[in-house]
Write a protein that binds this ligand. Structure first.
Ligand SMILES: Cc1cc2nc3c(=O)[nH]c(=O)nc-3n(C[C@H](O)[C@H](O)[C@H](O)COP(=O)(O)O)c2cc1C
Length: 359
């Protein structure tokens, strides 16, 4: 199969592969830079950056997050002039501030997930800045398309995250229990159908980028042959040399077995796929000390009911204390058997796509 380029708004990428945003420093500058150098789109996270100590006030939290995001953006801009994306979670109490910070610093692509970006076009009016909502259903695609009519704007692409993805999942536990009814292929087909009239009306294609469980070149070819313009991957990028997480985090991926995968409700109020570890066992036994967090980084956070702080636990894994950390992962994590460079991963995948007969 010939490898198509990926166009998002006015920005073009040689290869139709996106490295997904991964919170609490997982998709930090070194990973994003390596991905950009391969002609793909890299996504910087804006969540859980900076030294977020538990004694800080809400204002300190907002300022620390903003300054840390600016540092990451500047670091990338010092090394490349290629466009990259910043991922903002709509559930964050400082989401608007992070979007404005990224755009003010010259970021050209905003990827917005974990919330409905109802008024994103009013925060980002520059048409050169591509707006890319993350969705998990045709219903949400329709809501956004209808809402954005009032701004005479359409998304520059949608990222469609299916039930096999890493991180928080946009599905209920019941839906996840019947995941074949909500497969990525099914959702892609539904969205391709509903966006048609909007595309015709605006005379412009809305690229669809599929994510969740994509592992091989054949998986990528299948998505492209079904009408996706590109794919997004997360889990495989964690297991790369350039990903800034600890070796312990990466090794947990290499050691993962299928039976180690669990879906839990996180304090955010959404399901998340995680690896079994000491922390999870203690959490299930109810022996985790209650967190004491004065700032409310996630609007929907039920930290008292859930008994832990998701950012703190993700940060523990990032730093290498995986026994006390939350290890987010996608459904295919058990297939990872070694750490490789971003170059090896992407060039291997592209060779597989070229050789794929799935067209
Ligand atoms: C460790 C980890 C953290 C993630 N954090 C975020 C996040 O903060 N925001 C987001 O939109 N998606 C997040 N994701 C989802 C990824 O961006 C991506 O869409 C997903 O992992 C794709 O599925 P895959 O892991 O099977 O390739 C995360 C995924 C992982 C594995």
């Amino acid at each position: 199969m010939e490898i198509p380029r990926l166009k998002i708004g006015r920005w073009e990428f040689l290869r139709p592969l996106v490295q997904g945003g991964m919170g609490v420093r997982v998709s930090g500058c070194p990973l994003v830079l390596a991905v950009l150098q391969e002609g793909c789109l890299g996504t910087l996270t804006s969540m859980g950056l900076g030294d977020l100590s538990h004694g800080m006030s809400n204002d300190d939290f907002i300022r620390t997050s903003r300054e840390a995001l600016l540092r990451e953006i500047r670091m990338l801009q010092e090394h490349t002039n290629k466009p990259f994306a910043v991922n903002v979670m709509g559930a964050l109490s400082n989401a608007k501030d992070l979007v404005a910070t990224a755009v003010g610093a010259g970021v050209k692509i905003i990827v917005y997930g974990a919330g409905i970006p109802r008024n994103l076009p009013s925060i980002v009016e520059d048409p050169d800045v591509a707006l890319v909502p993350i969705i998990s259903s045709a219903r949400l695609a329709r809501i956004i398309l209808n809402q954005w009519k009032r701004y005479s704007r359409m998304p520059d692409a949608f990222i469609i995250e299916g039930p096999l993805a890493g991180g928080h999942l946009g599905f209920s536990f019941e839906q996840l229990a019947h995941s074949s009814d909500f497969s990525l292929v099914k959702i892609l087909r539904e969205i391709l159908e509903i966006i048609q009239p909007f595309e015709q009306l605006n005379g412009r294609k809305i690229p669809l980028i599929t994510a969740g469980g994509i592992y091989t070149g054949d998986d990528i070819s299948l998505m492209l042959s079904l009408g996706a313009s590109g794919v997004q991957m997360g889990t495989r990028f964690v297991a790369t040399t350039e990903c800034p997480v600890s070796d312990e985090f990466k090794q947990a991926y290499v050691n993962a077995r299928l039976e180690d995968l669990h879906i839990i409700k996180t304090p955010v109020g959404m399901p998340g796929r995680v690896l079994a570890n000491d922390f999870l066992r203690r959490l299930q036994d109810g022996v985790i000390p209650k967190p004491n967090c004065p700032f409310h980084c996630i609007l929907s956070c039920e930290r008292d009911a859930s008994g832990f702080c998701v950012a703190e636990r993700l940060d523990n894994s990032y730093r290498g204390d995986v026994d006390n950390g939350l290890i987010f992962c996608g459904a295919n994590v058990h297939r990872i058997d070694r750490i490789m460079s971003v170059h090896e991963l992407i060039s291997g995948l592209m060779e597989e796509v070229k050789a794929s007969t799935l067209v």
